[in-house]
Design a protein around this ligand. Structure first.
Ligand code: NDP
Length: 475
């Protein structure tokens, strides 16, 4: 029998996706550069469905029905190019190469264009959900041609997570759209994690709650509007006790957050597109700060707040923090969706933000009840310019804002860093503001660089003769 799909790259992600495909009744041809991985998969899981073990790319290609569908799950970067170069010469026009790795979308655009010349469909597909998601149902964000999605969609939708019977997989848009969207997904994930970490820190330092007590708090929060995978696992991490020391594990783990790069990419690209994703940027920088042992060591002795804070941290603080977290989360997601819309416009992808919210409801790391609200916000005739003004979110922000302000003020007073909460609130207040001090910046720019400014009352560009008689001239 010919296999319906091939998987090359059988480390944890590839192996689990291959098993997921096989468990759904698809015959899967499997291949890996080092044969030991192929052997291990066959030995441990060969009975879970129909696998065709292949030792070489040629064998894999020969094992597949046409048009061929090959899923590449290797280390992102140069290895992906190497694997493409290995397979492309063996393929025929109409065949499909799917890259499910965490590729940069600009690489995906380059690869797609090059393979299109050779008649091969190249599909960059973002896959979220980690290894468990890969096996049990990930969220899948495929880019590439619509034509290739017709052939791939049914297989991918089959193995994707389902929410209310709807698969967490949809065609995102041409060429690099899938990987772009996956990148921003990860950026949002960074922001969400940072905000949760700040909430934990504020409650721990502000209220003196223990990790175990905080686990209860997060478990409680997980029953309401914050209900999400990240809040759920936060409770589990906080409850974990270290076997060797008997202390809460969170107190034994080194406080240096690492990153693989997708958060950084999100911010780099946001800067290029001119989209203010301050929540994501602060999250990336916060990880960076945590990792700078030298700076932290040097600065440790600097003074903190002197004297007693103005108001005691009272009972209501936990609820304030919960609301601040929700409000800040709305900001971070709104900014991420702004970036997706900007990317879609820049590259002509026509990405539907509502459908994204739909496929992120399950399978992926940021899965949350909240995404249903985002989906609803985009459902109307005219999509909101910013999610902040969608009625549901505008109302939520209005309800939360007093709490939010108290929390940010209290954090500053107590000397507890809350960059995510603070920047989110600043963004909210900036967008709300009738006037921004940007007018002064324009004045400064005109002063030192004759960069000109526009007026509120007349069309045109103007310059003041700062070093002359200070009269204004039209520029
Ligand atoms: P790794 O990223 O650790 O990559 C290991 C795999 O890449 C092995 O199969 C390895 O083959 C293969 N490989 C490396 N270099 C080459 C090369 N030059 N030629 C051929 N094959 C090569 O595996 P993961 O399973 O963790 O991830 C796979 C992809 O999925 C990555 O792009 C990753 O970013 C992405 N991803 C990972 C997630 C996760 O949670 N881990 C989540 C979502 C996406 P060999 O066995 O011969 O060394």
């Amino acid at each position: 029998a010919q296999a319906q799909i091939g998987v090359t790259g059988l480390a944890v992600m590839g192996a689990n996706l291959a098993r997921n495909l096989a468990r759904h009744g698809h015959a899967v041809a499997v291949h890996n550069r080092s044969q030991s991985r192929t052997k291990a998969l066959m030995e441990q899981h060969g009975d879970e469905g129909t696998f065709v073990a292949c030792e070489t790319p040629e064998e894999l290609v020969a094992a597949l029905e046409r048009p061929r569908r090959i899923l590449i799950m290797v280390k992102a970067g140069a290895p992906t190019d190497a694997v493409i170069e290995e397979f492309a010469p063996l393929l025929e026009p109409g065949d499909m190469l799917v890259d499910g790795g965490n590729a940069h979308f600009l690489d995906t655009r380059r690869r797609e264009a090059a393979l299109r010349e050779r008649g091969i469909h190249f599909v960059g597909a973002g896959v979220s959900g980690g290894e468990e998601g890969a096996l049990l149902g990930p969220s899948i964000m495929p880019g590439g041609s619509r034509e290739s999605y017709e052939a791939l969609g049914p297989l991918l939708e089959d193995i994707a997570a389902k929410v209310d019977g709807v698969p967490c997989c949809t065609h995102i848009g041409p060429d690099g759209a899938g990987h772009f969207v996956k990148m921003v997904h990860n950026g949002i994930e960074y922001a969400d994690m940072q905000l949760i970490a700040e909430a934990y820190d504020l409650l721990r330092q502000g209220l003196g709650l223990s990790p175990a007590e905080l686990a209860d708090v997060f478990e409680e929060w997980n029953k309401g509007e914050l209900s999400s995978y990240l809040i759920e696992i936060t409770a589990e991490v906080l409850r974990q006790v270290d076997a060797t020391t008997g202390r809460p594990l969170v107190d034994v783990i080194a406080d240096r957050a690492e990153q693989k790069g997708t958060g950084r990419w999100t911010v780099q690209i946001a800067l290029d597109l001119g989209v203010p994703v301050s929540g994501i940027a602060e999250a990336v920088f916060a990880r960076s700060v945590s990792g700078h042992a030298d700076l932290r060591e040097a600065a440790r002795g600097l003074p903190g707040p002197s004297g007693v804070p103005a108001g005691p941290v009272g009972e209501g603080f936990a609820e304030d923090v919960r609301r601040a977290l929700y409000a800040s989360k709305i900001i971070a997601y709104a900014q991420g969706f702004d970036q997706i819309r900007a990317g879609s416009a820049e590259y002509g992808w026509d990405v539907d933000p509502g459908s994204l919210a739909t496929i992120w409801r399950g399978g992926c790391i940021i899965r949350a009840v909240f995404l249903d609200r985002i989906r609803e916000a985009y459902e109307g005739e005219t999509p909101p310019v910013t999610l902040l003004t969608a009625p549901l979110f505008a109302e939520a922000l209005g309800l939360a804002q007093d709490s939010w302000r108290r929390v940010v003020a209290k954090a500053a007073e107590l000397g507890i860093p809350a960059p995510g909460f603070s920047t989110a609130l600043a963004y909210y207040d900036s967008l709300r503001a009738e006037r921004l001090p940007a007018a002064l910046i324009q004045g400064q720019r005109d002063f030192f660089g004759a960069h000109t400014y526009q007026r509120t009352d007349r069309e045109g560009s103007f310059h003041t003769l700062w070093s002359g008689d200070r009269t204004e001239i039209g520029a």
